[in-house]
Design a protein around this ligand. Sequence first.
Ligand SMILES: C[S@@+](CC[C@H](N)C(=O)[O-])C[C@H]1O[C@@H](n2cnc3c(N)ncnc32)[C@H](O)[C@@H]1O
Ligand code: SF4
Length: 434
Amino acid sequence: MVREYLQRTIFSHFTGENNFIMNKASPPGNELSQKFQDINEIGIYLHIPFCTRICPYCPYNKEIFREESCHKYVNAVIKEIDNYLPFIQNIPVTSFYIGGGTPTTILTKGIESIINHIYRHLNMKCPVHMESHPNHLTAANLKIIESIGVKYLSIGVEAFQDNHLKTLERPYTVREVINNVERAVNSNFDCVNIDLIFDLPGQSESEIEQAGLEIVKLGVQQVATYPLFRFPYTLLGKQFNKRGNEIITAFRRRRLLQILEEILYSSGYYRSSVWAFTKKGVDKYCSVTVPLYLGFGASGSSYLKDIFYVNTFNVSEYIKAITEGKSPVSLSINLSEQMQMAGWLYWRIYETRFSKSDFFKRFNICFDEKYGSLIEIFNRIGYLNNGNDQINLTDKGAYWLHAFEDLFSIDFINRLWGTSEQNSWPDKVVLLNS
Ligand SMILES: C[S@@+](CC[C@H](N)C(=O)[O-])C[C@H]1O[C@@H](n2cnc3c(N)ncnc32)[C@H](O)[C@@H]1O
Ligand code: SF4
């Protein structure tokens, strides 16, 4: 009750809206062409919804890999890209991210055709960032991954203790995953990122310390570390559907993250987002590095200034829609300018640093006039340093301001992804209402 009341009050204060509802509607073609007219750079996201096995905690859109479905999927994605070409072929693409599911499941089974198609037909100004499963990183596969243009590789390591890997049902031992990460680090990538999940059931502070020291020893350029989120629609979420005491959990996670911060800062890493630490001098591995993006594939989502929309999550329905010349978009929402500003601020807080002049360039409104008094309060309580133009969040501020953002985002993800997994074409998804 208190949580819902807070959500509604704060949401309407920042966005000027009482409701946040995505409706069954796809952006019509002619309107879409207008959306690209004054966009001067864009990011693209490609979703590969296949895995060889399903992890019980995973909230992402995925299904078990099948050769036949993969073949059709690759053709459908290429067709979806072609449908956008008239609008986007000249716009510089400055960020390209392949996520999943597990993109390396379809290595040599079509991913190279999609990547080649993208580089041949779009105005590509960036290398490929791609997620991978540790078990796929054989020497031969790493050569293939390099040859298809991947310069930023992420590996889902998740834990450095065998008992925790077992809880997560990850199909490898610590010894095996270390060997595979070492092989990737010794290849020619610009950045190797590893994912680590912390605050696992029964995990101790000394285990986190051990994980931090192992990361440093491995010499990876980046680590992205998330607390274990229990999304109610996942298998793990169904087993643990009781919310623990959220305040105790938040303080425990802060302490665990502090242990990692101490180890990583003293070993030449800096905080590159709320959950990521990157070696100084390395460009960070990141899902989307520009504010506007297009998402291809089942569950791909797109944000084009005043509209946010998502493709159907169902792989067969996605393939069917594209093959029949229909739009794969299942839900969309038009965003008022105030919503766009709140969204901008959300992501800049996530990145932990931003400049007021960027806000002015995007909205033609003075940042201090819009958010100055709030920023001053955060400055006073030590959550950020408020410069003339640059705002930098402190460690304390990054953690607590994002914990506050999670008050909304985890519920929104739950509703949008949870519903879209059950229903390929929902009439609407109510993310928040009064
Ligand atoms: C798409 S997966 C990574 C690539 C590959 N599929 C794998 O599992 O190795 C993205 C990452 O999200 C993180 N993740 C997934 N489910 C999570 C959850 N419930 N809580 C926290 N992090 C999670 C994991 O760190 C995972 O590596
Ligand atoms: S965590 Fe990775 S491998 Fe496991 S189900 Fe999710 S996407 Fe697939």
